[in-house]
Each structure stands twice: as structure tokens, then as C-alpha cells.
Design a protein around this ligand. Structure first.
Ligand code: CU
Length: 146
């Protein structure tokens, strides 16, 4: 029984890893927070710097191989684990208070944030704001704003 469960778990994670939109990524690419780490205690306004290796930044609408633009997900479940599950990995990211687009090709932002705990995640999106296949997403970090 344990073996069966292990195989099922392996299949699930493989499916998750392959999900995404139609634009191929460099699967080795990484998006990450440059100055912030999980558990940091900070003061508002908070400057968030977006790191990207293995691919390049291009403004939204730019159809160029191995490029994308940054999205900052705030106070929501990890991408692929929200209400719509893995489906959200294959369609355009919403634009609202929890999903901020940097379609101009920006690589940092300074945010006014309310005191308390907040989660942050970076997601690279293609010309049409859809995660790549393989999706390029950062770890989710939790910061506390004093
Ligand atoms: Cu976008």
C-alpha cells in the first residue's frame, strides 16, 4: 500500500511540474527574492527586489524566447494551490491587490504594507501574463511588517 501511495505522489508532482501555459521556459531558470528572506521582520514601505537567472526580463506583450515579466503574489496560496488548483498555472494571472504585474519589465517595487504577516511569491509570466511551461515561480516567503 505504501508503495502505491508513493507512486501516486510521484505522478502528482510530475504533473504539477509540467503544468503551465504554452510558452516554454528554460526549466533551469530561477526567480527569487534578492533582499528579503522567509521570516524577515521589516518596516513599511517595503522594497522588494526581483531576481531572475536563466531567463531574461521583457515587457508584457514581447514575444521573445526565454523571456517574461515579473508578478508579485501577495497574501494568497502558492500558485497552483488556490481555489482553481493547478488550472491557474495555465491561464493568465489576474490583476488585483493579490497579483501585481510588472508589465513594464520592472525588477523591483516599493510597497506600503499594513502591519502584520504577509506572504509573497514571484511568478514569471509570458507575453500574455501566463506562467511558462515549466512554470518559473519562487518559494513563498512570509514576512512580518512592524
Ligand atoms: Cu503580467
Amino acid at each position: 500500500m505504501k508503495a502505491v501511495l508513493a507512486i501516486a505522489a510521484t505522478c502528482l508532482s510530475a504533473t504539477f511540474a509540467l503544468a503551465g501555459g504554452e510558452t516554454p521556459s528554460n526549466p533551469e531558470a530561477q526567480v527569487y527574492f534578492v533582499k528579503l528572506s522567509d521570516g524577515d521582520v521589516v518596516q513599511s514601505p517595503v522594497t522588494v527586489v526581483f531576481g531572475l537567472s536563466g531567463m531574461g526580463v521583457a515587457p508584457a506583450g514581447t514575444e521573445k524566447e526565454n523571456t517574461g515579466h515579473h508578478h508579485l503574489l501577495i497574501d494568497r496560496p502558492p500558485l497552483g494551490r488556490g481555489e482553481d488548483g493547478a488550472d491557474e498555472l495555465s491561464y493568465g494571472l489576474p490583476a488585483d491587490d493579490n497579483h501585481i504585474h510588472f508589465g513594464g519589465g520592472q525588477t523591483e517595487v516599493t510597497l506600503e504594507m499594513a502591519a502584520g504577516e504577509h506572504t509573497l511569491q514571484l511568478v514569471l509570466g509570458d507575453a500574455g501574463h501566463v506562467p511558462h511551461s515549466t512554470p518559473i515561480v519562487s518559494e513563498v516567503i512570509t514576512i512580518t511588517v512592524e
